[in-house]
Design a protein around this ligand. Sequence first.
Ligand code: SF4
Ligand code: F3S
Ligand code: FES
Length: 254
Amino acid sequence: GTGYDARFRIWRGDAEGGELRDFTVEVHEGEVVLDIVHRLQATQAADLAVRWNCKAGKCGSCSAEINGRPRLMCMTRMSTFSREETITITPLRAFPVVRDLVTDVSFNYTKAREVPAFVPPQGLAPGEYRMQQVDVDRSQEFRKCIECFLCQDTCHVVRDHEENKAAFAGPRFLMRVAELDMHPLDAAESEGLDRKRTAQEEHGLGYCNITKCCTEVCPEGIKITDNALIPLKERAVDRKYDPLVWLGSKISRR
Ligand code: SF4
Ligand code: F3S
Ligand code: FES
């Protein structure tokens, strides 16, 4: 065959601490990084902890950092690296390590719960909803999210800033706020919920300075920054600084 031996450095440890360990593992044509991690488990490190499920880029569970870049291990082909280079695999840096390559991503579930759900319009049964195609398409792009949390891991606002986590929902959940705020049928305002205001005051939209790192790592190719974060910022600013919009919102709430 066409196999060759490749060098890997893999982080091993737990919440108490750990270190990079060197391994040499056989690689075959067409393999992805997750195949190598599995071969390593089968031949040299049976207790290596790694999370995975689908091996098809759909479950979002095999997120890790490969040469310092947040990626899905099952979607990273070995052919993207030269045979000579040592490939370093480390756990997601923005979340606490459980063991080896497995991190505790519960930060993201907490943030998900903080975004109030879609509020259905009054007086319309679900079958009577009508939307323009452009609004349907927008939602559909955001719904491609596989919850891999690579965007959350890469965003500099929280990546090395534990202290920002309480005030910042991260790109994935600001995108959710944007989706709901731009949804023509969301009736949140009729229940006194101003999603633009909460985006700023509760989900930390102002922390995002549009670096677009989130968009660059999204394995689904969702244009998080251009299609969700920037439009949400524009809408939130309109509301805050445009006196007519502001006045309108006061009057309509009476
Ligand atoms: Fe992953 Fe993209 Fe969803 Fe972020 S938006 S969690 S990078 S699929
Ligand atoms: Fe972070 Fe993405 Fe904004 S990486 S700063 S959320 S554009
Ligand atoms: Fe499901 Fe990689 S194993 S996305």
